[in-house]
Design a protein around this ligand. Structure first.
Ligand code: FA5
Length: 344
């Protein structure tokens, strides 16, 4: 019996030593230590042994069982470690491979222009004011000297939500709201950027939704020459020192006198070309001296205060600055267009 146990032990240890897979260890365990295995059989047959033999064989069978189990555990740890190492080697990341390029976005050219204009006017002592895009008829029109049924309301075709509420057609209502907040005490010096909406048919130079930047300066003794001075600085900084400006008489109900401002064509320098329609000049904004009625309605005494205001369309400015020939490029999100404005 002793010899049999000894033989089983060395047979099992040899099989364990030769095993190359974890699954083989499981088979060996079942074969030698399982319920139907030889060691269990020996232990079950102990009753047939003599009194003297029983403890000796019992002890030996247990020792053999323990030795086989210990060898199985040790081999299991070795094979498991080898399996992990093999898996790590298979899944190793080659850190020297070139990375996949990340598709980085960039700031929209329209906002670059808006930021540039904001920075410029902040440098001239203006601050930035904002107002609601869903506006009341009062602020969009009436407070700007455009009472109901005024024919000049047709200059800006509107999206009405109710009879009294509409999507603002320009940023000028922010003028009225800001002046009101100052309670008749100047100076007021703000620029107001934001989205505006008109029932215009979309084409190369018109969009039903676009942006505007309003400017307003109200104080004692503000004159038209101040307006021209400030806007000349603005134009030269944005478009270059060699640009000339001119003011042309125009009509806006909220300013008196009203003007439109042209800059000398940056393409031909003023001699005439297709960009400036051979006039040498390009219109960039509307402006004027704040109408006394507007000052009065917003709480300012027109006998004490005067002011200038202007409104420009950043889309058109960006078109001129970057040579963009169709306003719709700004809204159609074609990456080939947008990528050209990537900062390097
Ligand atoms: C106004 O909206 C006045 N509120 C501007 C103003 C403010 C005048 C303060 C006097 C004092 P106008 O309708 O001209 O004016 O629009 C101003 C600018 O908005 C235009 O010069 C143009 O650049 C831009 N604009 C007007 N309509 C559109 C449109 N449909 N699509 C894109 N830009 C437009």
């Amino acid at each position: 019996m002793k010899d049999k146990l000894q033989a089983l032990k060395s047979e099992a240890l040899q099989a364990i030593q030769q095993a190359e897979q974890l699954s083989q260890l499981q088979d060996i365990k079942v074969t030698y230590l399982g319920k139907k295995g030889p060691i269990t059989e020996i232990l079950r047959g102990m009753g047939k042994l003599s009194k003297e033999e029983r403890p000796v064989i019992g002890q030996m069978a247990n020792d053999v069982r323990e030795a086989i189990q210990a060898a199985l555990d040790e081999k299991h740890a070795t094979l498991e470690q080898a399996r992990i190492e093999e898996q790590l080697a298979e899944q190793a990341i080659d850190v020297t491979l070139p990375g996949r390029p990340v598709n980085q976005g960039s700031q929209h050219p329209l906002f670059t222009v808006i930021e540039e204009v904001e920075d410029l006017f902040i440098g001239l002592g203006f601050s930035v004011a904002e107002g609601p895009e869903v506006e009341t008829d009062y602020y969009n029109f009436e407070a700007l000297n455009l009472p109901k049924n005024h024919p000049a309301r047709d200059m800006q075709d509107s999206f009405y939500l109710t009879e009294e509420i509409l999507l603002r057609t320009h940023t000028s209502p922010v003028q009225a709201r800001t002046m009101e907040a100052y309670n008749g005490q100047g100076p007021v010096k703000v620029i107001c950027p934001g989205k505006v909406y008109r029932r215009d048919t979309d084409d190369a130079t018109h969009s039903h939704q676009f942006t505007q930047i309003e400017g307003l300066y109200v104080d004692k003794n503000v004159r038209l020459s101040d307006l021209k001075g400030v806007l000349t600085v603005f134009v030269k900084q944005l478009f270059g020192e060699d640009r000339d400006v001119r003011l042309r008489q125009h009509y806006f109900p909220f300013t008196e006198p009203s003007v439109e401002m042209d800059i000398s064509c940056f393409k031909c320098g003023g001699s005439g070309c297709p960009v400036c329609k051979h006039s040498g000049w390009i219109e960039i904004l509307g402006a004027g001296m704040v109408h006394p009625n507007v000052l009065r309605m917003s709480g300012f005494d027109p006998e004490v205060y005067t002011g200038f205001a202007f409104g420009m369309g950043p889309e058109r400015i960006a078109m001129l600055k970057y040579g963009v020939d169709d306003i719709r490029h700004y809204y159609t999100n074609d990456q080939r267009f947008l990528k050209q404005f990537k900062r390097v």
